[in-house]
Design a protein around this ligand. Structure first.
Ligand SMILES: NC(=O)c1ccc[n+]([C@@H]2O[C@H](COP(=O)([O-])OP(=O)(O)OC[C@H]3O[C@@H](n4cnc5c(N)ncnc54)[C@H](OP(=O)(O)O)[C@@H]3O)[C@@H](O)[C@H]2O)c1
Length: 314
């Protein structure tokens, strides 16, 4: 497939989803005269856990720019000659993006910016604006709507990562999930409410597909996913693959709502996870049609439930 005709700079490139996005962009390659860079901190560069990853990426042509995302000079310098910025910053640094986008608008070269989204649809319906975990991403979108004129932004809305959904959060098992070791599952309600998921490798694939289709992607909120399934179908897939019946508990949606409130009232950082699980269980990941096709991706191009469950039991 043709290489990408851009110079791309990635923020948060070694993060949980950033790794998959950086990997996919590096695999797609950029055409001669262009470059792929990540902007990262000295802390990441001196992190022994990230050393092997960074040196393997560098051998594939990745440029590494060290700097502080809060330092305008560092950021503006990194933008020189860059056409596309892909932000994969984590939840704790989402609001920094307003300044990063403002500096992109000020730069002479940046034309296209992907703010860090890659998750739950923060403008799904009228209820979305009141959901606590959405507030920082909503602020970023509002800033862009009110202030950004020349840089085009694309929001890649992927819904929950199936890979993360396949685990149980210790101490918070009631919000739902699966534990392949103890063969235990917790389902919300009867487990029959459909959810639209994306696998983490597919997030990278979908981002590259957006870069390959600028006319469909620029200035858009893209709703994409790997597949739709139910928590019960996921359980059946685990049981098929492990050859045994799992122990299953059920959390009624009202119990999840009560737990969510209790966690927010106690300022527990896990409250975000409970809210997102409730939003997903309530059906706010479902669309009549996704934008996959517009990006040139057919169902066969996406990972399947069988593949991701297979990975989870290794
Ligand atoms: N759909 C889902 O189920 C789901 C799940 C998780 C996250 N998400 C979304 O995915 C996006 C990325 O989240 P993530 O979990 O992948 O992020 P993360 O791993 O927590 O952080 C990503 C990167 O942000 C940078 N960063 C974090 N704190 C920083 C700081 N104080 N100063 C400078 N840089 C900092 C680091 O960049 P370097 O690599 O350069 O050091 C880090 O690797 C978010 O929008 C999040 O909401 C979605």
């Amino acid at each position: 497939m043709a290489s990408l005709p851009f110079s791309i700079l990635i923020f948060g490139g070694t993060g949980i989803i950033g790794k998959h996005i950086t990997r996919a962009i590096l695999s797609a390659q950029v055409s001669p005269g262009h470059s792929i860079s990540i902007f990262t901190s000295d802390a990441t560069l001196s992190n022994p856990d990230k050393e092997a990853l960074l040196s393997s990426w560098k051998s594939q042509g990745l440029r590494v720019v060290a700097g502080d995302i809060n330092n305008a000079q560092d950021v503006s310098r990194a933008y020189e000659g860059v056409d596309v910025v892909v932000s994969c910053l984590g939840r704790n640094t989402l609001t920094v993006q307003t300044e990063l986008i403002r500096l992109a608008e000020e730069s002479k070269s940046v034309k296209w910016f992907f703010p860090s989204e890659y998750g739950t649809d923060i403008e799904y319906d009228a209820s979305s604006k009141d959901e606590k975990p959405h507030q920082n991403k909503l602020k970023v979108r509002e800033f862009i709507r009110n202030n950004i004129r020349s840089v085009q932004c694309t929001y890649l809305v992927t819904g929950p990562y199936i890979d993360m959904y396949l685990t149980l959060l210790p101490g918070l098992e009631a919000i739902g999930g699966y534990d392949a070791r103890s063969k235990k599952a917790v389902l919300i309600n009867s487990g029959e409410d459909a959810v639209g998921f994306t696998s983490m490798p597919d997030v990278g694939k979908l981002l590259v597909a957006a870069l390959r289709n600028p006319s469909e992607a620029k200035g858009k909120v893209l709703k994409v996913q790997s597949f739709v399934t139910t928590p019960l179908e996921i359980l059946r897939e685990f049981e098929k693959k492990t050859g045994v019946e799992w122990t299953t508990d059920y959390t009624p949606i009202q119990a999840l709502r009560d737990l969510e409130k209790q966690l927010w009232d106690g300022n527990n950082p896990l409250a975000t996870a409970a809210t997102l699980r409730r939003i997903w269980a309530e059906g706010r990941t479902l669309y009549e049609k996704t934008d996959n096709e517009k990006l040139g991706l057919a169902p066969g191009d996406m990972e399947t439930l069988g593949e991701v469950v297979g990975r989870a039991i290794i």
